[in-house]
Design a protein around this ligand. Structure first.
Ligand code: SF4
Length: 313
């Protein structure tokens, strides 16, 4: 859900008339309706049809064919000009917060979530407060401008709580595992939709990543992937990694797909684009795709005991 009247007001205040609309895959189907609403308010609208995975992936071509890009579903990760962000809020019951209370061992706990549930945190904190537990919600960070927000590429919102127990309100296990690795805290993944509570098993991920590093040692050449997307480009990181091996080459790329990697012919890639690619999509890739820290382990300048989850900081 977005506040269309608020969006109209912001667009009119700035004098924007021609609007480019962009949304991630899960929200794209809403765009014709939003475009129709905007047109009825006198705006001229074009729609970005390319894949979009986050606010790191702005369609600047669409923006440059309009006065402004309205990016729906996310908060900003950088300061790209002429972009308005409209997060998509998803309401949910908070029974799962009541359920997690008996599992907590202290009188304080960190409380984090993703962008779509960020507006629920004050109510979740109030439930905890009534049970005598102080919810610690971190202030905003550069990539996560909402209080208590985490992203798949930034767990600052969890780290900054400084707590030994952290409640993640949201779906899926990627963020909770990332929080666990980034903070060493005990993490309770509380799904407000299914009302399930899980404690993520980060050790399993570490075992898989260790095996992948060992497999990658046999590679004769390494492609260091650098994203062309606005909020994912880590060229300096890539250059440092490239200097670690005479067999490494920087590869500029927009969409990291199994076919693209197969065609490039490297026996191993190192991903400096969206960190989730290396973790979530490995089973689809034809060869190992390591994170920057994993490549450092392979090159002998980092110990596996010093493993770090990949983040864009
Ligand atoms: S880099 Fe990946 S995790 Fe970070 S905002 Fe973009 S899509 Fe999300």
């Amino acid at each position: 859900m977005i506040r269309l009247h608020d969006l109209y007001r912001r667009l009119k205040e700035k004098g924007y008339k021609r609007i480019a609309l962009q949304a991630p895959e899960g929200l794209k189907r809403k765009l014709p309706t939003i475009a129709s609403d905007l047109r009825s308010q006198g705006f001229d609208v074009i729609i970005s049809g390319d894949p979009c995975y986050g606010a790191c992936d702005l369609d600047l071509c669409a923006r440059d064919n309009a006065d402004v890009l309205v990016h729906i579903g996310h908060t900003p990760v950088d300061h790209t000009e002429r972009v308005l962000y409209e997060p998509w809020k998803v309401d949910a019951a908070l029974d799962v917060i009541h359920d997690v209370i008996p599992l907590l061992s202290g009188s304080k706990a960190g409380l984090v979530t993703t962008v779509q549930h960020a507006h629920l945190l004050p109510a979740a904190a109030q439930i905890l407060h009534q049970a005598g537990i102080e919810a610690i919600i971190a202030e905003a960070s550069p990539r996560t401008p909402l209080r208590g927000q985490v992203l798949g590429c930034s767990f600052d919102g969890a780290r900054k709580t400084g707590e030994k127990e952290i409640i993640f309100l949201g779906t899926g296990l990627f963020h909770p595992i990332g929080i666990r690795l980034a903070t060493s805290a005990r993490v309770f993944a509380c799904d407000p939709i299914t009302r399930e509570i899980n404690e993520p098993d980060a050790d399993r991920l570490l075992r898989i990543r260790f095996a992948l590093i060992e497999k990658a040692r046999k590679a004769e050449s390494f492609g260091i992937l650098v994203s062309e997307k606005t909020g994912q480009c880590r060229i300096e990181t890539a250059e440092k990694l490239c200097s670690l091996s005479p067999r490494a080459y920087i590869v500029m790329i927009r969409e990291v797909t199994p076919d693209q990697l197969l065609n490039l012919g490297f026996q191993c890639f190192v991903n400096t684009a969206c960190p989730r690619l290396a973790y979530d999509d490995q089973t689809r890739f034809p060869v190992p795709v390591l994170t920057p820290a994993e490549f450092e382990i392979l090159c002998g300048i980092r110990e596996f005991e010093d493993y770090e989850i990949d983040e864009i900081l």
